[in-house]
Design a protein around this ligand. Structure first.
Ligand SMILES: NC(=O)c1ccc[n+]([C@@H]2O[C@H](COP(=O)([O-])OP(=O)(O)OC[C@H]3O[C@@H](n4cnc5c(N)ncnc54)[C@H](O)[C@@H]3O)[C@@H](O)[C@H]2O)c1
Length: 444
């Protein structure tokens, strides 16, 4: 059992806090956002994440998890401090470390005995060393401490499962003492034989960027293949499935779609470009990944235009707004590019999402948000399936079609096949499914 303070109770901080408490540690989650902490103290959860509410309830009930805005007090009382604040992109794409630095300064000011300061935020290579320097310089009197890099790989939508059963845990540290303390924090994972990579701080920081950039590249790669497939009427799903059977390639992250979004891939690929350029490397593959992704988001608008013609005066219904299913997160979601393009070109936009409507309303109040997919489709000239939520995998197609003014369907996630959509009387386009050929023969 270790006493842990989490600073930054956002997505990663809250999941980390709840899971580490579940591992038997005593955890205080802190945040500068008083409203957020107040909600959590009332037993409410500010984000949508399957299983999180129950995990929080169970561990607050056992007295192992609490929430506080009293960060100095929490720092003093903890042995291990996790930094889980945001690291957004600056306008030039480089990593904004201001929140991390602010926390490091606070830790230096309030620490009274030995601390392990664990950085879980995704940070530029060299940030761990910067934290060491800040704390060393700012301490009132010299107190021993260790800085650790422990990057996080959880996926929103399956965050608890990912944290409890990760493929690996990365621990970058300079001392044996810090390594041993971290091993104790993650003892529950040691016991189920999760691989633990012990390395230095800089390598740990690099592992996170290299992993995310590779996954983003895989997505951009299959999206490019999908576009080529479209030109030849070849089905990318079959191509991807066969490619994925090659163990050197692997089947994950080979689903053609509208481009990646979310809070990590866009900012981390941009961050890696900046990290590379600082050491005079031109990261051509990563830059191409980013460009291809932006292009892919726009391509969805072009596909829709090919289906329904000019958007002016048309009504388009979006099914799904979040950047992926099982989350309410819409940061950098392909739906944002779709909505913006449609509104700019004079379309009326209706939308339904099982979780992300409140977040979308803040950006696009002019969209008509509906309570279910069928009311969203009412009088629509096209339905666009943006996010593959489970409920969109089982649409009552005749019922949907009946609501619509014109039976156009753009399937950005390849949930359906051209054949079944044609049978249901839809004019259908997928992503690299040879949809353009189907369009010519579909009946309205
Ligand atoms: N979201 C993910 O899926 C994910 C996955 C892996 C890694 N990461 C990385 O983890 C980090 C956190 O991401 P997130 O999605 O949880 O961010 P987030 O924006 O959801 O949460 C950050 C929290 O930090 C708080 N905060 C900011 N400055 C603070 C300060 N000085 N003191 C106390 N609290 C402060 C904010 O109020 C906010 O609640 C980022 O570096 C991100 O790249 C995120």
């Amino acid at each position: 059992m270790r006493r842990i303070c989490i600073i930054g109770t956002g997505y990663v901080g809250l999941v980390t806090g709840a899971c580490l408490a579940d591992f038997g540690n005593v955890v205080t989650c802190t945040d500068a956002d008083e409203e957020k902490i107040e909600l959590l103290q009332q037993g409410r959860v500010p984000i949508y994440e399957p299983g999180l509410k129950e995990l929080i309830q169970a561990n607050t009930g056992r007295g192992r998890l609490s929430f506080s805005t009293q960060i100095p007090f929490a720092i003093k009382g903890a042995e291990i401090i996790f930094i889980t604040v945001g690291t957004p992109s600056l306008p030039d794409g480089s990593v904004d470390l201001s929140q991390v630095i602010q926390v490091a300064e606070m830790v230096a000011e309030y620490m009274e005995d030995y601390k392990v300061i664990v950085n879980k935020s995704t940070v530029a290579v060299g940030t761990g060393a910067k934290i060491e320097e800040i704390i060393g310089k700012r301490q009132k009197s010299p107190i021993d401490f260790d800085v650790v890099s422990n990057p996080e790989f959880l996926r929103e939508g399956s965050a608890i499962e990912d944290f409890m059963h990760p493929d690996r845990v990365i621990i970058g540290a300079r001392t044996q003492k810090a390594m041993e303390i971290m091993a104790d924090v993650y003892k529950a994972l040691y016991l189920i034989e999760i691989p633990i990579i012990k390395t230095d701080i800089e390598t740990a920081e690099m592992i996170k960027y290299a992993s995310n950039a590779f996954l983003a590249m895989k997505i951009s790669f299959i999206n490019e293949i999908a576009t080529i497939c479209d030109g030849y009427g070849v089905n990318v799903n079959t191509v991807a499935r066969a490619m994925g059977m090659d163990r050197r390639i692997g089947r994950e992250f080979l689903h053609a779609g509208p481009g990646y979004g979310g809070s990590c891939f866009p900012k981390d690929t941009a961050g890696l470009v900046s990290i590379a350029q600082k050491v005079n490397v031109d990261p051509v593959i990563i830059k191409a990944t980013i460009a291809a992704n932006q292009r892919q988001k726009m391509r969805m608008l072009e596909k829709l235009a090919a289906l329904i013609g000019p958007f002016e005066g048309k009504t388009v219904a979006l099914l799904g707004l979040s950047f992926k299913p099982n989350t309410d997160d819409i940061r950098e979601a392909p739906s944002l590019v779709m909505i913006e393009g449609l509104l700019k070109q004079g379309a009326k936009v209706k939308a339904f999402d099982p979780a992300a409507v409140d977040n979308a309303k803040r950006i696009f109040p002019q969209v008509e948000y509906c309570g279910d997919m069928y009311s969203a489709a009412k009088q629509a000239d096209a339905v666009v399936l943006m996010t593959e939520w489970n409920e969109f995998r089982n649409i009552d197609l005749p019922r949907l079609r009946k609501q619509m003014r014109q039976p156009n369907f753009l399937d950005c996630r390849n949930v359906y096949t051209p054949e079944e959509m044609k049978r249901s009387g839809f004019c259908y386009q997928g992503v690299g499914q040879g949809g353009s050929l189907v369009k010519q023969t579909a009946s309205h």
